[in-house]
Design a protein around this ligand. Structure first.
Ligand SMILES: [Zn+2]
Length: 103
């Protein structure tokens, strides 16, 4: 997989595909579930389908982004293993060194 070109699917795009295509929810229902507007859902699901189609046609690897969608951003906490310092992060791999003890 490493040599292949990658298509990166955002987590919200994956969720849109899961709700809209896999579970066959209506745009209304799926948008409600994702706490976004119907227009936004339509935009996300179209973008996701385009990426997936592109990946299939070009034989690219499809990778899921580690960036969490907006609604999950505030839920992710980073805790330093050394000093126990806690900070809220957007990406799992956002923090390389603890801002307090630099470990
Ligand atoms: Zn620390």
């Amino acid at each position: 997989m490493a040599d292949l070109q990658e298509v990166i699917l955002e987590v919200d795009e994956l969720e849109a595909i899961r709700l809209g295509d896999m579970l066959n929810y209506s745009h209304e229902k799926a948008a409600l579930k994702m706490k976004i507007s119907r227009a936004t859902f339509g935009r996300i699901v179209n973008k996701a389908r385009q990426k997936i189609a592109e990946g299939m046609i070009n034989g690219n690897a499809i990778r899921i982004s580690e960036v969490l969608p907006v609604q999950f951003k505030t839920k992710l906490n980073y805790t330093c293993n050394t000093c126990g310092y806690k900070i809220k992060v957007i990406r799992k791999n956002q923090i390389k060194n603890c801002p307090k003890c630099k470990s």
